[in-house]
Design a protein around this ligand. Structure first.
Ligand code: ADQ
Length: 463
């Protein structure tokens, strides 16, 4: 039997991507994304195991150790990738849980693949977990795993954390297999959400199973399940260290100069996802340029759009719409050597991202719905001199924690425009005070605290 672990994370993706260099040599590098930034330090500190898909289809690579973690790849066939990942996870559950801002699609054969793949993850966890171990299952792709794992290993402490919003009852009820999903989640001892509203929605739904929640608990087959909010955060130390690095500060200066020296910089950093409100942001920016309230001489917008889920039709269509709009703005308001929008469709390493955060006068975060939004918190953590302004959608989890941001409803284009202008025009002193308070909050609530609070509530044995 292979070695067993007292702490096991189960997530759709492993925290690494396989890269092949020019000589054909293969290696693993840390992959981008909110979940990875949040969890890697926690697993590493406990020398735990991480079960997840390694990317690619067919046979899975052999398990391997990396960076103080044991990584255990799960295989997916091409059909499972299509049905479980791109279908059920990203074309049904993702849009449904994000207020149905795009129409969710429902297909029975997707559901079957989702069940099968969840079973595979549960079996791998059952094998790797030591007796009485803590298993922490993550996110919307694996909502059946807690109950499946409990069935196989009733001795384990099982936690589940949902990184995306948990929808209101009316939306959740659209799911044809809503009962199975609920029962799947109730297999955990602790179900964590980004916001208290998510926990409330979940507990309210348990009435449909004839259960009677009391406070944040509900008793299922004689077992108590707790549902509560644990707002996720970022590795503040990492951000501050990078922000102090002279090379990165130099790079930030260089970026500002390349953009035209004196021009104020607005920055957006998102996965290219229809929940992120990128189109709304561009529309507000274009109108401000068209009305002469902003001038291309004075401002520039850098939009980093990380490629994401491009095999799902809605994401390809979004890419086309965003790129058309960027082209339109640059065509209408640009001059030779002076573009109003710099659109970067690629992944970045942390250093380059940090340089962008340092160079940006205004960070624009305008999702239509977002579980938390780590980019907003990263920007705040990086602004160690308390400069800079954050425009933040009220539909992000982060908005509840950062009331000093310039709050916006991204559906209100006029309001969005006002917020952009206010962020650019507010006196430095007031901005400094706002940023100081936001930094105070983020620094006191970093990702280490998030993980500790979740694992304490789950009753992690000391170790
Ligand atoms: P995401 O939807 O991916 O996360 P977000 O929380 O903003 O959104 O996290 C993105 C992460 O990826 C950040 O750490 C950011 O720095 C990084 N990133 C973005 N673009 C990048 C690029 N081009 N290159 C490199 N890194 C890049 C989901 C939920 C969120 C929730 C997180 C964590 O949708 O609501 O906050 O999980 O729970």
């Amino acid at each position: 039997m292979s070695e067993q672990y007292r702490f096991v994370v189960v997530a759709n993706r492993l925290p690494v991507d396989e890269i092949v260099d020019d000589d054909g040599k293969r290696a693993w590098t840390r992959s981008p994304g909110g979940l990875v930034s949040a969890l890697q330090p926690t697993v590493r500190a406990r020398r735990g195991a991480w079960i997840g898909w390694a990317g690619g289809t067919g046979e899975a690579p052999e398990p391997f150790a990396l960076d103080g973690m044991w990584l255990h790849p799960i295989a997916l066939t091409q059909q499972e990738l299509d049905h479980y990942y791109e279908g059920e996870s990203n074309a049904t559950i993702w849009p449904l849980y994000h207020d149905a801002v795009e129409t969710p699609a429902f297909h029975r054969h997707w559901r079957e693949a989702y069940r099968r793949v969840n079973q595979r993850f549960a079996e791998a966890a059952a094998e790797l977990a030591a007796p009485g171990a803590v298993v922490w299952v993550h996110d919307y792709q694996l909502q059946l795993v807690p109950a499946m794992l409990r069935e196989l290993r009733p001795d384990l402490r099982i936690g589940f954390f949902l990184h995306i919003p948990f929808p209101p009852v009316e939306l959740f009820m659209q799911l044809p297999w809503r009962t199975q999903i609920l029962k799947g989640l109730l297999g955990a001892d602790l179900v964590g959400f980004q916001r208290p509203g998510g926990a409330e929605n979940f507990l309210r739904l348990t009435h449909n199973l004839g259960l009677e929640p009391e406070g944040d608990r509900v008793v299922v087959d004689g077992r108590t399940v707790t549902a509560r909010a644990f707002p996720i955060s970022i590795d503040v130390d990492e951000m501050e260290k990078l922000a102090a690095d002279p090379h990165i500060r130099q790079r930030a200066k260089q970026l500002s100069e390349e953009l035209g020296g004196h021009r104020r910089l607005l920055l957006g950093v998102d996965r290219l996802d229809y929940t992120k409100g990128i189109e709304h942001r561009l529309k507000a920016y274009r109108e401000l340029l068209a009305e002469g309230r902003l001038s291309n001489q004075d401002v520039a917008l850098v939009q980093v759009a990380t490629p994401s889920r491009l095999r799902v039709a809605q994401y390809r269509q979004l890419r086309e719409r965003v790129e058309r709009e960027v082209g339109r703005i640059n065509g209408e308001f640009g001059e030779v050597g002076l573009a109003p929008v710099h659109y970067l469709f690629r992944s970045y390493d942390r250093e380059e991202l940090l340089a962008l955060y340092l160079a940006a006068d205004v960070m624009v975060v305008t999702p239509l719905r977002d579980g938390m939004n780590l980019v907003a918190k990263e920007y705040v953590a990086a602004r160690t001199d308390n400069s800079g302004a954050l425009v933040l959608s009220e539909f992000t989890g982060a908005a509840a924690e950062l009331p000093e941001a310039f709050g916006v409803n991204p559906h209100d284009v006029d309001g969005l425009k006002e917020a952009f202008v206010a962020a650019l025009e507010t006196p430095a002193e007031e901005l400094g005070e706002r940023m100081r308070r936001m930094r105070e909050h983020v620094c006191a609530h970093d990702v280490g605290r998030w993980a500790r609070e979740f694992l304490d509530a789950l009753g992690e044995p000391p170790g």
